[in-house]
Design a protein around this ligand. Structure first.
Ligand SMILES: [Cu+2]
Length: 146
């Protein structure tokens, strides 16, 4: 059974291990005894296909390269991100909403980043840099420069 509410899809399926009676047809739940040739027809074995949709605001976090940080689903990922001094770190906005990256000590700040836009900052000095999104201040992250 499938049901979609807004952008959340629910999927339920028959048991893949022990056949169960259909809801309401047996006095209690419990495995049914069936003939071996009937077994596949009463187990929940099927093929499922999926694909990414750029219009969905909830997506899996995409892989990022070692010096990148993704903004995805209102979170920075990964955090903390550890890099060596002198390395340029790039943030990429994978959300459908804009974000602005601001260092808590005011040493760097991005412009407004719309979907798929990037911002880069080179960290010259070792230390721990905490930053946040000035539009959504609960979004926080850390870069550790070694
Ligand atoms: Cu934000």
């Amino acid at each position: 059974m499938q049901k979609v509410e807004r952008n959340i899809a629910f999927h339920t399926a028959m048991s893949t291990a022990f056949p169960q009676p259909a809801p309401g047809t047996a006095p209690s739940p419990g495995p049914m005894k069936v003939e071996p040739e009937r077994l596949r027809s009463v187990l929940g074995i099927t093929n499922v296909m999926g694909h990414d949709s750029p219009s969905q605001s909830v997506r899996r976090v995409e892989n990022v390269s070692p010096n990148q940080i993704a903004l995805d689903n209102f979170a920075f990922s990964p955090t903390p991100r550890t890099v060596s001094a002198g390395v340029e770190v790039t943030w990429i906005n994978r959300d459908d909403v804009p974000h602005i990256i601001v260092d808590t000590k005011g040493t760097f700040s991005s412009r407004v980043l719309d979907t798929n836009q990037q911002y880069s900052h080179r960290f010259a000095t070792a230390g721990t840099y905490n930053y946040f999104c000035s539009i959504h201040p609960k979004m926080t992250g850390t870069v550790v420069v070694t």
